[in-house]
Design a protein around this ligand. Structure first.
Ligand code: SF4
Length: 145
């Protein structure tokens, strides 16, 4: 069960007990919901009918640390990898609205820059890291928009 003190992974699998956090828009950026929607058994079942839901939505769930393949040296390797490709980004002036910021693993670990990159991270992405970097450098990228 998730509580207000649970540290959350913002790129979790679509499964009962998770939170529906955002929707992948046609421009491949993630639009965060104002209020995350808990995945009840019924909603989880409905989402399971969708092909590759992690390509179309972002979900949050408990960060399981060493129980996750992405956990390395006491850190989440997902956001560290994306940060390593985007070291040129300046510190953000404004952050995208996010309902889970106080509980988010990526924000706790990497601070506001994680929030700048977060909308461009798709959990189940067919894009290569190079394609993501090109996208972030494109005119479509607008920090804080
Ligand atoms: S916007 Fe920031 S706080 Fe919210 S899920 Fe993304 S990294 Fe975490």
């Amino acid at each position: 069960m998730l509580t207000p003190s649970t540290t959350l992974c913002p790129s979790a699998r679509a499964e009962e007990g998770a939170l529906l956090l955002g929707v992948v828009a046609p421009d491949q950026s993630v639009k965060m919901l104002t209020e995350p929607e808990p995945l009840t058994a019924e909603l989880a079942e409905a989402i399971a009918e969708i092909d590759a839901p992690e390509q179309q939505f972002r979900f949050a769930n408990r960060c399981v640390k060493s129980g996750c393949n992405q956990w390395h040296d006491g850190r989440c390797g997902v956001i560290d990898l994306v940060m390593s490709f985007n070291q040129h980004l300046a510190e953000p002036v404004t952050l995208p609205a996010c309902a889970i910021r106080s509980q988010c693993r990526w924000h706790k670990q990497n601070g506001p820059k994680a929030c700048t990159l977060c909308p461009f991270i798709i959990t189940d992405s067919s894009q290569t890291e190079q394609e993501r970097l090109v996208y972030i450098d494109s005119p479509a990228y607008a920090p804080g928009a």
